[in-house]
Structure formats: C-alpha cells, structure tokens
Design a protein around this ligand. Structure first.
Ligand SMILES: *[C@@H]1O[C@H](CO)[C@@H](O)[C@H](O)[C@H]1NC(C)=O
Ligand SMILES: *[C@@H]1O[C@H](CO)[C@@H](O)[C@H](O)[C@H]1NC(C)=O
Ligand SMILES: *[C@@H]1O[C@H](CO)[C@@H](O)[C@H](O)[C@H]1NC(C)=O
Ligand SMILES: *[C@@H]1O[C@H](CO)[C@@H](O)[C@H](O)[C@H]1NC(C)=O
Length: 440
C-alpha cells in the first residue's frame, strides 16, 4: 500500500487545485490544506467503532467523458463498506456514502464518525470511497506515472471524481441488491464541495447531500481572497484583543530585527529554529500557518486559538513582542528543542473559479445541507444562509472545520450535539419523503 507524508499531500493538493476546473488562484498566501481535520491535532482521538469495514476495489473508468479508445483504460479504485447496521434490501434501508477528499481514505475512518454513529438509527449501510489519485486509487500504477505528463494528469479533476463516485454508488447498489435504497452523500471541506456538486449533477442517484465546511463560494470574484485571513484575525481578536495586537505588531518587529546586522541569527536563536533562517519568509510562513491552522481547527475542548493567546498574553512579565510570539508558539506546538521552519514548497490557495453557485443551486438544487462553523476561516467561502426550503444551512457560532462529521465525543458541547441532531432530523425528512414517494 502506498502511503504519503502530509507534505506530499499538500503537493498533490496543489495539483488538484491547479487542475480543478481551470483554476485561477487568487491569493498568494499560504492557506492550510482543505482537509476535514487536522491530523496532528486529532492524534489523540480514539479509533471510531470500526464497524466491520470491508475493503473492495472497483475497476474504474479513467475517463468518463470521452469515447476515444484510451478513455477506456481503467484503474482500481478503493471503497469500503460496512453493513453492520444495515437493514438490508428488503426494507430498502438507506446508504450513506462518504466521499473521500484530497487524501487517502485510510486516514478518515478513525476521525470521520458521522456515518458509523448514525448507522444504528437509520439502519444504514456506510460506504466510503477514495478519491482518484490518492491512497491506493492511483491510475497508471504509481503516482510518479500518474503525474508524468499533461495527458496522465488531465484525468485528475473533480468532474471525473464525481463521476467515479456515481459509478461506484450504482455498483454498490447492484452488488447488494439495494435497488430502491435511498443514498445520501456526505463530505467535508473539498469533499463537501464534491458532495454538493454530486447532488446537483446526479440528483437521480442521491436523495440528498451533507456538505460540511464546504467553501463552494471560495472562487475569484465571488469571495475576496482576503476573506480567509480576515476571519483568522477576527478569531484571534475575539479571544484576546491584546493577543491580536501583539501578533499584528510582530510582523514589522520581525522585519526590523532582520534588517540589523546578524538579524537573522538573532531571530533564529529567539525562535529556536532547527536550522538558521536564510530569510524571514520561512518564519513568517510558519507563524501564518500556525495562526491559520489554529483558527481553522479551533475546536473544543482545547480551542487552539485560546492556547496560542494564552502563551502570548501569559508570557513572562517584561517579555518583548518576539518573546511573546515565541511563547505562543511554544504553547501551541508544545515545548521542543527546536522548531522546524523549513518551508514546504506546497503553498496553495483556494481561489477556485466557478460559476455563480448560488444561482445554480437555486435553479437546480434541493436537499442539500451546508453545515458551517462560523469561526472556521473557510466559512467565508461557504453557504451561510438557507437558499431555498430544501437547501439548508446549519451553522454554529463556535464550530470549526468539519467538526460536525468528526467522531462525536462525550465532551462535545451542547451546540455541537444540537447541530448533529438538526442534520439528522433534516435527513430523516428527506428519507420519509422518499419512502412515501416510493410507496405511491
Ligand atoms: C504521457 O504518458 C503516457 C503514459 O506513459 C504516454 O502514453 C503518452 O504518450 C504521454 N503523453 C504525452 C503528451 O507526452
Ligand atoms: C474577475 O473579474 C475581473 C474584472 O471584472 C475579470 O477581469 C476576471 O476575468 C474575473 N475573473 C474570473 C475568474 O471570472
Ligand atoms: C524540517 O522539515 C523539512 C521539510 O519538511 C525536512 O526536510 C527536514 O528534514 C526537517 N528538519 C529537521 C531537523 O527535522
Ligand atoms: C462560544 O465561545 C465563546 C468564547 O469562546 C463563549 O463565550 C460562548 O459562550 C460560546 N458560545 C456557545 C453557544 O457555546
């Protein structure tokens, strides 16, 4: 099995973004990857009910949109099924299909809890599908081959990915004789975008979609490229104005020190960098990445923004701005002998060009839930208000990126529990309508 490091993902994500619908990127800034979760922060989450997962491989068509001979090439695409709680075809019990995003599917089972946790209630089958060009679902055998030239890379886009999902959902329905089982698709972040697009494009295959923290409006001329960072700033300001001010001042302070003789080595020493800084960029990207990540995954019980600010505001009396920023860094990342600031050359942004999705949604869409945590910087590119009676939003003030579809925990705050309940209730209504229609 192929495994990739996080860095490599970011690298591949860059390709996804670049290849996805003729993207034009609008922000030069570094934005954390669109992952549903922050792996590092979630390393403590225990394995979810592993649900008797069974792995399968589907012989997937490389190119869904062309009849040229080479389009009939295939690759193995991984999908994973749990029928542990499924009521079976006799009762037309539902199927919940989770769409993998820009990462191997394996990472998702221990953190994406939504499907397994609602399965007993809905007597539903859980289906997880890996995104093409990730994990084990790589055309041309290896990633090196798959990314080799514009022809091989050309099949790496979201339209193909959604068509993959359609084929596999239909295949699974056939395999399990679940011909009349309704399907609800679920995704987080980029996967949530895929889920909502899927419901628009294949309404006959899915009765509804849950799109968690999906920044489907984060495209040029729809959402400002600065929106993401404005919200990061606001998150910090809300937690502590003093902390926010310290961070704001720190950028020019870093420049001031760097401009002195031996300034970079002073900064290297003060920030305990693993190797000497060769410019201030590595340091600035590192800090910017830390603030963004903290805001994006600002989830209970730790609330990392609070953690960073606790360090900054609580630094030893008399600390200067740099001393405070360092204390914030140490508070968030933990005490380390050194901090590795070597830039990973994988910066990306989400200035994806798309059409006026709101209009498209209104015209063609229904039965979509957009769930958003309002403090998640990506919510600036999300749908935050109901668009129709059946395109609904479930927002929470304190929510963070994709929190609602992650494993539910005893310690979850009331608002999170309520948010999940609301989503389940809406889905129940979709299914009730579906079964009523089926009967008549
Ligand atoms: C790209 O690589 C494939 C697979 O090796 C090869 O068949 C094809 O001719 C190449 N295409 C171009 C445009 O180089
Ligand atoms: C955004 O608007 C500007 C100015 O109207 C235009 O030049 C540009 O092509 C637009 N970008 C996209 C992706 O539509
Ligand atoms: C720091 O990170 C870079 C890139 O992620 C890696 O290549 C390097 O080995 C790391 N250095 C240390 C000292 O951990
Ligand atoms: C959201 O967080 C703020 C501060 O972090 C807190 O004061 C407020 O009570 C929280 N709201 C809810 C609904 O939990």
């Amino acid at each position: 099995m192929k495994t990739f490091t996080r860095d490599l993902f970011q690298h591949y994500l860059l390709f996804v973004l670049v290849l996805l619908q003729n993207v034009s990127t609008i922000s030069p800034h570094k934005i954390p990857r669109l992952s549903p979760y922050n792996k590092e922060a979630l390393s403590s989450v225990s394995e979810a009910d592993s649900e008797d997962l069974k792995t399968y491989y589907y012989r997937q068509t490389l190119d869904h949109f062309n009849f040229a001979p080479q389009s009939y090439a295939t690759f193995n695409q991984k999908y994973v099924v749990s029928t542990k709680h499924w009521g079976g075809p006799e009762s037309n019990s539902p199927i919940f299909a989770y769409f993998g995003a820009e990462a191997p599917l394996d990472g998702d089972f221990s953190v994406i809890g939504f499907l397994s946790q609602i399965a007993p209630r809905f007597k539903s089958m859980s289906l997880y599908i890996e995104h093409r060009y990730y994990g084990e679902s790589i055309p041309y055998g290896t990633m090196e081959e798959a990314m080799k030239n514009e022809t091989t890379r050309g099949y790496f886009n979201s339209a193909q990915a959604i068509a993959d999902y359609a084929e596999i959902v239909l295949h699974v329905k056939k395999k399990f004789s679940a011909h009349n089982s309704p399907v609800i698709v679920v995704g987080g972040s980029y996967g949530g975008m895929l889920a909502s697009w899927f419901r628009l494009k294949y309404p006959h295959i899915a009765v509804g979609a849950l799109a968690s923290s999906a920044p489907i409006l984060y495209f040029e001329n729809i959402t400002s490229p600065y929106a993401y960072f404005s919200l990061v700033s606001k998150d910090f300001k809300e937690v502590s104005h003093k902390c926010y001010e310290t961070i704001r001042k720190s950028w020019s302070e870093i420049d001031r020190i760097a401009s002195k003789d031996g300034g970079l080595s002073i900064l290297s020493r003060r920030f305990k960098t693993c190797s000497s800084l060769t410019s201030t960029l590595d340091l600035k990207y590192y800090l910017e990445g830390m603030y963004s990540e903290a805001a994006q995954y600002n989830a209970p019980p730790e609330y990392p923004v609070t953690e960073v600010c606790r360090g900054i505001d609580g630094a030893q009396k008399g600390s200067d701005v740099i001393g405070r920023i360092f204390a914030g860094m140490a508070s968030y990342r933990g005490k380390r002998s050194c901090y590795n600031m070597t830039t990973r050359h994988t910066q990306t942004s989400v200035g994806w060009r798309w059409q006026d999705i709101k209009l498209v949604l209104k015209r063609f869409g229904s039965n979509i839930i957009f769930s958003n945590g309002l403090r998640d910087p990506y919510s600036t590119g999300g749908v935050l208000e109901d668009i129709s009676e059946s395109i609904l939003t479930v927002t929470t003030r304190n929510g963070s990126h994709c929190l609602d579809i992650l494993v539910a925990k005893e310690s979850d705050p009331e608002w999170l529990v309520t948010q999940r309940k609301t989503e389940v209730k809406i889905m129940e209504e979709w299914l009730t309508t579906y079964y009523a229609d089926l009967k008549s």
